[in-house]
Design a protein around this ligand. Sequence first.
Ligand SMILES: Nc1ncnc2c1ncn2[C@@H]1O[C@H](COP(=O)(O)OP(=O)(O)OP(=O)(O)O)[C@@H](O)[C@H]1O
Length: 572
Amino acid sequence: MSALQKIIKLMLMEKKDINIAVICGFIAGISSVGLFAASGYLISKSALIPPFYTLIILTSTVKLLGLVKAGAKYGERLYSHRATFTILSNLRIAFYEKLTPLVPQIFHKYRSGDLLARVVGDVESLQNFFLRVFYPPLVLLLVFVSTIFFVCFYSLAIAVILLLGFFLTTIIIPALFSLKQVKIKGKVRQERGNLSTHITEVMYGFRELKLFHQLPSKQQQLLSHSESYINQQKVENLNKVSSQSFNGFMTFVTSWLVIGVGAYFVANGMLEGIFLAMLVMISLTVFESAAPMAVFPIYMQESRDASTRLYEVVEDSSFVKDSREIPINKLPSLAPSLQFTDVQFTYMGDWRKTIPKLSFVIPAGSKTAIVGASGSGKSTLLQLILKLQYVDDGKIYWGDFDTSTVSSEAIWEQTRVVLQENYYFYGTIRENLQLAESQLSDTQMEAALAKVKLEHFSLDHRVLEKGENLSGGEKQRLAIARAFLKKGHLWLLDEPTSSLDAQTEQSVYQEIFKYAEQDTFILVSHRLNGLEHMDQIIVMDHGEIVECGSYNDLMNKQEYFYKMKVLEESLL
Ligand SMILES: Nc1ncnc2c1ncn2[C@@H]1O[C@H](COP(=O)(O)OP(=O)(O)OP(=O)(O)O)[C@@H](O)[C@H]1O
């Protein structure tokens, strides 16, 4: 099924509104033709001084058709726009549902600016698919067929002229302009993606660019991308306007032909003169519904490109996905044991194996520290447990459950996580803590802040985007407070206190251990002090376990861990 067919399938969920919009569009179109036809006939008839009642009937018909046209037009606008917005909302939901399981792998292939351009721009441009591509041709066809059928009763030749005009303005001219549009549109889209990608990068890296004096050159690049985008848009709009103008011109040519041929027929007695004005008026109005056809191929092409760009992201087969048919959506609310069995993993696009083959067990309720050199794969292990990355081979068990049969949401529900980098939203401390759970009371939140030595913070304290107004240590403590407030019996902490002073760190750990006494606890750490109380220490190097045991075991062995510890102490 092509991407556009998928969009049509989604669109047809709004069948009722679509049908009403088409019916109203047809009534509006045909009553508009009828209105002008009746006016033309009225003008000719009144010149012949007919009985008064004939004029009354004709003027009432004109008025009635005017009212019907206005009402039907309103109905068409109402239902077509309602359908469009509902279709857009269905589309966004369907797209997000497919996109979220791909995070974070998706960032290996697509830059965030490009994704933003697709999520916002491409979804937005699909609003034209229904409004300008799908239903106007249906309405136009119905109106034209009915009108030509009506005209056949008066003059077959004029009906043929209208038919030719129809083919010219709805098929031939739009097709010619669309050939040009295909080339232009690809460039506009590409320039829009480029601009969006560069803007997001400058925004993210603004501080570094400033500090390294690179801001002016980046700004210059941005300006040149912006200019290219604007130039491509100009070319596109010129093509659109030319197509519309040429189409409009051809409709007038058709009307002139109707006048010319009609006058000739009248002069030769082949058509009653009283009908000439009516037929000319019909030819002028019937093409009103054909006007949107000038931009039909342009929007058709745009919709095809937009839908392809959207689906190429979410249906990219290189991403490993969390299958939606996973049977287990809830895990028991108990401290779990974890078991890695021959787990292998490589980051997407990486040539080295991050985890060549790994097996270990973390008993339920135990306290484990994972230590090792930078880049040895410690954080990756946590990501695999959380199903933020998926194993290439081997199994991870949560208690008796094979996690490949458990949904990511079920795992997140039972886990309290503090990662190396944590995100803070623009708002208040309260709002950032409520991320853990929306129904928390102020007392619960204040107690959590006290546990991490942030009792001096008010819940109404403002937090800037990404927590810009908080120190590194405050951010980490806020993340730990969030973990305190969340439910779950597995703690995964990745360097949670790396920015804290020794005293605060010790006091925060005391609180954590007191609180997590019954829970399973995994701490990734560079620092080796304070690990004496751990049940198990796993020492990693190059994605492999080089040593594993209790603190005393490892110290007595005097190998890897011991040497790391001696080195650390010599540096203090
Ligand atoms: N998103 C990623 N994409 C590709 N490679 C990655 C990604 N994240 C980490 N890596 C690579 O995987 C390896 C393991 O990284 P990981 O973050 O697990 O190490 P770590 O032991 O936690 O390091 P650190 O102590 O410095 O945090 C590293 O070589 C790193 O370059």
